[in-house]
Design a protein around this ligand. Structure first.
Ligand SMILES: [Zn+2]
Length: 251
């Protein structure tokens, strides 16, 4: 069973919490992104740092990675806990530049904080977290020009279903997500801006683009603006919207 807990659902400039998630995958808890609000959002969702067994950072904007340094420090120095970090190889150098300033003192390296697994994008580079297969889906330049980024597809090997998660994206029509939808897909979590936006997909365009490929009730909008009127938007567009703390289970 894939169980997804949204730690927050809003964008970079939110008054609330950033669009970060815990995917509960059997006895593993995969943290997907660690924004600067993580120090509040994680305990509010009733997780301790030591509950997180695995981490994926989809790109290096502060609402996705800005809380990782503190998280790593707390894991090491308070909990003596070393989670697995699934790091896209081609992003490693930039990743270390972003988080290393604070972590790499006194000769410490990434390996002192995490079990680092370097991975690649695409189906052929899929890896297993417990009984779940994870594929990274490249979205370089499709969220922000000149920026490496990716979404993920998580496949439950026991129940034979999968969840697709775009993370941040603007040019979704140039990404692979639509091609990856198959009869086993139970959910598509998609970046949706409720106002036209240069670095995020616009809700109306997203619904129009995917509507013939997936049931709208399998779509979950995320990363939207604060104080959106979700009931109203649901009525108009027919898709779901993720909400902070509201667990979504696929069984
Ligand atoms: Zn971003």
């Amino acid at each position: 069973m894939i169980k997804i807990k949204p730690l927050g659902v809003n964008g970079a400039f939110t008054k609330y919490y950033h669009n970060n998630y815990v995917f509960e995958l059997g006895d593993r808890n995969l943290l997907v992104d660690a924004g600067t609000t993580l120090r509040y959002s994680l305990p509010e969702a009733e997780y301790k740092e030591s509950d997180i067994t695995d981490i994926i950072i989809t790109h290096l904007h502060s609402d996705h990675v800005g809380g990782l340094e503190e998280f790593a420090q707390r894991c090491k120095w308070i909990h003596n806990h070393k989670p697995n970090l699934w790091l896209r190889g081609s992003m490693k150098e930039e990743f270390e530049e972003v988080v290393g300033k604070g972590l790499f003192t006194d000769g410490l390296t990434l390996n002192d904080y995490f079990n680092v697994y370097t991975c690649g994008i695409g189906y052929l580079n899929s890896f297993k977290i417990g009984n779940y297969t994870v594929e990274l889906i490249q979205t370089d330049n499709l969220h922000a020009q000149g920026m490496k980024s990716f979404g993920i597809k998580v496949h439950d090997e026991e129940l034979h279903n999968n969840v697709i998660f775009t993370s941040d994206i603007a040019k979704h029509e140039n990404a692979q997500f639509r091609n990856l939808i198959n009869p086993e897909t139970v959910a598509l979590f998609h970046d949706v801006s409720i106002i036209p936006n240069a670095v995020h997909s616009y809700l109306e365009d997203v619904v129009e683009f995917y509507k013939d490929d997936i049931d709208l009730n399998k779509m979950y909008g995320m990363h939207y603006q604060d104080d959106a009127d979700l009931d109203h938007l649901k009525q108009i567009y027919g898709i779901n919207f993720v909400e902070k703390g509201k667990v979504i289970e696929f069984n």
